[in-house]
Design a protein around this ligand. Sequence first.
Ligand SMILES: Nc1ncnc2c1ncn2[C@@H]1O[C@H](COP(=O)(O)OP(=O)(O)OP(=O)(O)O)[C@@H](O)[C@H]1O
Ligand SMILES: [Mg+2]
Length: 455
Amino acid sequence: MAKILVVDDEQSMCDFMEIMLTKEGYSVDKAGSGHEALGKTGSESYDLIIADLMMPEMSGLELLSEVKKTCPNQEFIVMTAFASVDSAIDAMKQGALDYITKPFKVDEIKMVIEKSVNRRKLRTENEFLKKQLKQDFSFDDFIGRSEEIIKLKELAKRISLTDSTILIRGESGTGKDLIAKAIHAASERSTGPFVTINCAALPESLLESELFGYKKGAFTGAVKDKDGLFKVADGGTFFLDEIGNTSPGIQVKLLRVLEDKQITPVGGIKPIGADVRLIAATNANLEEEVKNGRFRSDLFYRLNVIPIQIPPLRERIDDIPLLANYFVAKYCQRAGTETKAISPEAMRVLQDYEWAGNVRELENCIERAVLLARNDTIALSDFPSRIIENRKETIISRDKPETPTLESIEKAYIYYIMSQTQGQKAKAAKILGIDSSTLYRKLKRYRLDDTDAQA
Ligand SMILES: Nc1ncnc2c1ncn2[C@@H]1O[C@H](COP(=O)(O)OP(=O)(O)OP(=O)(O)O)[C@@H](O)[C@H]1O
Ligand SMILES: [Mg+2]
C-alpha cells in the first residue's frame, strides 16, 4: 500500500484528500504546514508528498527544496490555484513531479497520483535491476586464482579505466563475454549503454545496417531513417563478438570508426560522430586470417593495441575446483537446495578432462550434475560419459608399469573395445572373441563394469 503525505494549511482540503485517497486504497498522513510536514518526513518515508503551493510561513516550493536536500528522489506533487500556474512550473523545474490545479476533478487527481506512485515503483525496480546487472558483471565474478587469471584480471582492471580499444582472445567458452561486461562495468562509461553484436550471426548486408543504421530509401524496405547500434551505444561500450567473421566491406567501416570515431549510415553521405569504446572478441587466429588476406592487417593492428588472451581451461587446472564449486553453489541456490560437495574422485576427474568447451562446458556439466546428484555429494556417476571415459584412459595409462603385464593389456584392450562399441556388451564380446559371460566376469574383475563405461 503506497503511503501519501498531504500538506495543506486548509484543514478541509486535507480532510477531503484523506477521504478520497483512503477510498482509493492509499494510506494517508496529513500536515497543516511545511514545518509539520518536515517533522513527519524526518521520521517516516512516503511514496508521495502532495503539497499546496501557497501556505503561510513555508511555501510548498520551500518545502520541496528542503525535502529534496535529504531525500533527492522523493516524489512530490504540488497543488495550486489556477492563478499561479507559473509557480507550479517553477516547482517542476525544482524537481516536483507534477502539479494539480485547484479546483480539480477527482478523476484527474486520481490519475496524477497513480502515475507518480507507479513511476516510483518502476524506478525502484530499475535501480534494483541496474545494481544487479552491475554486480553480475564485476571482475569479482570472473572466478579464478591461477597466476594467468590474476594477471589477466589486473590488466583488464587497469585498462578498463582507459578508453582504448581492446581485443579479447580465447577459445569458445573461456569467458570473453564476461570480461567484456566487467570491463564496461568498471569503466567510466558504466552508466552508458553496453551494446553487443555477434558478427557471425548476421549476413553482411544485415550486419552493416544493424551496425551503422540506414537512410530512408537506402534499399527496398528502408521506409524511414534508422539508427544503427553504434548510435545506440553512444556514450557507452560496443562489444563486437566474433570480429574475425566480418567481411572486407564491414572491416573498412570499422576501421573508420576506430580512426575517426565516425560512422556513415547505409545510403548516407554525411558521416556522424560515434562516441563509443570498442571491445572486440575472437576465437579465430587473426594473424592467420591476416596472412590469408581474409582480415585487414590495418584493422588488426588497430584492434590489437591491448590484447587480452584468456587461456583455455585445461591450461589452468588449478582454477577448476574453484570454478566447479562456484557453479555448484550457483545451481544449488537456483534449485533451492543446500550446497552440495563434489567427491574428491569426481574433482580429480574434472581436472583431468580436456574441456574443449572450456568454462561453459564445465558449467553445463555441473548444472547437470547438481540435478542428477541423489544426495549431498556429487559423484563421478553424475557426470556425462565423455568425462568419465576420459578418466579410464588416464587411469589405465597412469597405471601402466614399464613393461605392461598381460592383465593390464587385457584391461586396456577390453576398455578400448567397450568404448568403441559404446558399451554394447554383446557386440564387444563378439569382437573380443569371448562369450558374453566371460566378458561380464572380466568387466567386473577390472572394475570396468559400472555405468561409466556405457553412460
Ligand atoms: N572465470 C569465470 N568465472 C565464472 N564464470 C565464467 C568464467 N569464465 C566463463 N564463465 C561462464 O562461462 C560461460 C561462457 O562464458 P562466455 O560466454 O563469456 O564465453 P565466450 O568466451 O564469450 O564464449 P564464445 O566464444 O563461445 O562466445 C558463461 O556462462 C560465463 O558466465
Ligand atoms: Mg562470447
